[in-house]
Design a protein around this ligand. Structure first.
Ligand SMILES: NC(=O)c1ccc[n+]([C@@H]2O[C@H](COP(=O)([O-])OP(=O)(O)OC[C@H]3O[C@@H](n4cnc5c(N)ncnc54)[C@H](OP(=O)(O)O)[C@@H]3O)[C@@H](O)[C@H]2O)c1
Length: 484
């Protein structure tokens, strides 16, 4: 890190700051990775003095940092950097006083982290500029959601862009901060043996699953206006898809990588009213049981009228119209209250053209399985002989683990640690560029328009299952199964 940095967090008292940002900053400090971070100024509307904020931050951070990582001496030195500033986003004088605070022993570089309501992003940036808080070295970090559709996303981009250029704008998708997503680049482009296989001649299908076991957790009314497609597919699943499907970039430069990602998003075949029924399934959880606990249905947790047409589960068959991927289905699915929490990418290779073995042909494929959570692992599923004296030769799957224990131990950091460090260092590789986000919205908007035009219903599923049976059928009609 070259220059001293002041970090200002808008929404510094919110859930994201409490659970993720302050614990991540504590961890960076503990590892000596944030030595040039001079001040962290958390903002919120409540009037409170620094001592009160520090005492709350101490209790919260201690809760969300693993016990074995907690060190009171580290906290004492960390909180020397921690400040609180009362700020209502709409109040211009509050930015003046923020500017005065920052001007005292000013750090050359300012990083403004917007972890608050996206509807406030435009005003916050404009007020910061009016108050003289923004210099050419300043940067802004934007949390999702970046709008509700393409129009609202463009509006945020326009207003933020009036103050911060693209090179200074860091749009977070915390999935990109996961080590396995970055390792995907290393595995794909560091191993020439995979290169000839990474295309429609050898890949049969790709599956991306982001399954959550939690429900809407008190965010029912927000979620009823959002749904799984906007909340998860528009960002996390399409980001992962673009990392899997991108062409080799010309270098590891952030612009080169993001150029290739956006090209994939542009090649997504639009889903229209004519194809929507065959290509998508919408679901909504009813009451059921997760981890042995009875749980309520979505309609009991949110405003009934709005929620009754909101999906808490979506499954899609997507196609990428380019030479590499033509004809290869990318199956995407995500949902709440599913049987277990996990996120996974499965690249299934084509089966042999003719089988010599006594197995069910469905068992005979090689797969590269990339697990993003709860654990981060990569394994290659190969086939070898089932041991024994039987006359007929049978195959059995054998997993080659491409991640070893030492690798797992060494990278056990939270995605927010990686992303905060990169934003402080000015590295945009793992942040979404504006055109990527807009292109993703364009594709998602076409699906929402097709749902509306055709009145596609939301199908119920029991909490604690993997979604409606129609999602199984979406893949089964192609002669395939979801990899579970
Ligand atoms: N929570 C997560 O896990 C998560 C994950 C990904 C993205 N996000 C995104 O991150 C952002 C924050 O989420 P959150 O869950 O932390 O929300 P939250 O718990 O509701 O916190 C909102 C924060 O914004 C502040 N705030 C609200 N209105 C304000 C105003 N008019 N002026 C100044 N500050 C204001 C609140 O401060 P006071 O109430 O103290 O004024 C609070 O610090 C949202 O965009 C969310 O979608 C959250």
């Amino acid at each position: 890190m070259a220059e001293q940095v002041d970090l200002v967090i808008f929404g510094g008292t919110g859930d994201l700051s409490t659970r993720k940002l302050l614990p991540a900053l504590y961890q960076l400090h503990r590892h000596g990775l944030a030595d040039d971070l001079r001040r962290i100024v958390a903002t919120g509307r409540a009037e409170k003095d620094r001592e009160t904020f520090l005492s709350e931050a101490h209790a919260n951070t201690r809760r969300f940092v693993p016990t074995e990582d907690w060190d009171s001496a580290v906290w004492e030195s960390f909180c020397q950097h921690l400040h609180y500033h009362t700020l209502d986003a709409a109040e211009a004088p509050h930015y003046q006083s923020l500017g005065e605070l920052l001007d005292t022993a000013a750090a050359p570089l300012r990083l403004f982290y917007l972890a608050t309501l996206p509807a406030l992003y435009g005003d916050i940036c404009a007020h910061l500029q009016e108050a003289g808080c923004v210099s050419p070295q300043s940067r802004v970090v934007l949390e999702k959601p970046l709008g509700h559709d393409l129009t609202s996303c463009r509006d945020i981009h326009r207003r933020v862009g009036e103050v911060f250029p693209e090179e200074a704008t860091f749009r977070i998708d915390h999935y990109l901060g996961k080590e396995t997503v970055q390792n995907l680049l290393a595995v794909r482009f560091g191993n020439p043996l995979l290169q000839p296989l990474w295309n429609n001649s050898f890949v049969d299908n790709v599956q991306i699953t982001v399954a959550e076991s939690i429900g809407v957790e008190g965010r029912g009314d927000y979620y009823a206006h959002t749904g799984a497609l906007r909340d998860m597919v528009q960002n996390h699943l399409l980001q992962v898809l673009s990392m899997v499907a991108m062409e080799p970039p010309s270098s590891l430069d952030p612009w080169a990588i993001r150029d290739e990602k956006v090209k994939v998003l542009r090649c997504l075949q639009p889903i229209t009213a004519a194809t929507i029924k065959a290509c998508s399934v919408r679901g909504r959880y009813d009451a059921g049981a997760v981890d042995g606990q009875a749980v309520r249905g979505f309609l009991e947790e949110a405003d009934f009228e709005q929620a009754s047409n909101t999906e808490t589960f979506v499954a899609l068959r997507a196609h990428i119209d380019n030479w590499r991927w033509a004809g290869v289905p990318f199956y995407l699915r995500t949902g709440k209250r599913m049987s277990r929490r996990y996120s996974e990418i499965v690249i299934e290779f084509r089966r042999p053209p003719f089988s010599l073995f006594a197995n069910d042909p469905n068992e005979l494929s090689n797969k590269l399985v990339i697990r993003l959570q709860p654990e981060e692992t990569i394994s290659l599923h190969t086939l070898n002989k089932k041991p024994g004296l039987t006359r007929k030769l049978r195959l059995q799957p054998v997993e080659l683990h491409l991640t070893e224990d030492a690798w797992q131990r060494d990278h056990s950091y939270d995605a927010y640690e990686r992303l905060l460090l990169d934003a402080i260092n000015g590295d945009q590789t793992l942040f979404m560029r504006g055109d990527e986000v807009e292109t993703a919205w364009r594709w998602v908007d076409s699906i929402i328009a097709a749902w509306e035009e055709t009145g596609q219903p939301v199908k119920p599923y029991n909490a604690g299952t993997m979604g409606p049976s129609a999602a199984t059928a979406l893949v089964a009609v192609d002669g395939r199964n979801w990899y579970e």
